[in-house]
Design a protein around this ligand. Sequence first.
Ligand SMILES: C[S@@+](CC[C@H](N)C(=O)[O-])C[C@H]1O[C@@H](n2cnc3c(N)ncnc32)[C@H](O)[C@@H]1O
Length: 333
Amino acid sequence: MKYSAAPLNHSEIVNYLKKKSIYDIKNEILLGLTAPSKYISSKYFYDEVGSKLFEQITRLPEYYPTVTEKKILKNLVFQLDFDFSNADIVELGSGDASKISLILKQLPDEVLAKMSYYPVDISSSAIQESMTDLSRAFRLKNMTGLVLDFNTQLHLIPQKSRRLYLFLGSTIGNFDESERHRFLNNLYHEMQPGDHLLLGLDRVKEQSVLENAYNDSEGITARFNKNILRVANRLVDANFRPDDFEHKAFFRSDKNRIEMHLIAKRDRQILLGINYQIKLKQGESIHTENSHKFTENDIENISKSSQLKIKQIFSDDKKWFSIVLFEKASIKP
Ligand SMILES: C[S@@+](CC[C@H](N)C(=O)[O-])C[C@H]1O[C@@H](n2cnc3c(N)ncnc32)[C@H](O)[C@@H]1O
């Protein structure tokens, strides 16, 4: 990291989640837990504990996506067909911001001094900690952290200069096809002609490699998965006992995705506040995450459905991970 004693010109955090009603959040969780096939949206993994556990996952030897994507990012700037001068960066689902650091390190100080960086994440603790780290390491013109839900609040991201959007870590794989389409459509409408998107995509590969990445020997992914029940306890006043559930992650080749579930070890009756209760039979599942894996064909389809033009594709030698540069053209392709 480049260490600079000079302070940022401007740094702030705006929390738009506070404006989302707790009633909507409760409703979303209750809807999933009372559905015939129970689920909790993966966005609820990321409280302070969940964000820390995810950082630990990214350092596990089995979890190849982070190390592979970082290897590509390390030398990317010089190959990238994007002019960083007078451009701003918006990073969606920025997490610990270790990936933006790899990009900023490759840019000259004069470019950084004119650049605004907007980390966007649902986790306020991740935004706070990453901004502290980044402001020690880089002298940017402005850094504004935005705590918001990128599914519904993209329009709250301020629009100033030409921009590069980053959506890394294959976070887009957490959407199913219709959610992905809706998200990309929303993003397309927020982008101005000439804006770019750098998208990280985990590729379809051997089943054992995929399944090992979500079933690590230290049990960190299991802890991450079970933590969602603690979040649900807090948000809907439920009484889940995480240890009554088993972590299960497997590849579904019919859908090209890893699914994560929590399986009840015994029959359980769960209170959801004072008004609701649900019954879970032994072996019954709560579906907590999808992580879709992508083919070359999928990359073409993402371009077609989002109307964003593919400019460059960067992959590692084994084609385990790809980073794709898209552009919003002036005229729709
Ligand atoms: C798979 S992690 C990737 C983190 C980081 N980009 C990386 O590549 O290591 C997903 C990130 O997106 C954030 N996130 C998940 N759902 C979100 C949502 N609906 N709105 C905003 N951020 C979200 C999480 O807090 C987390 O930091």
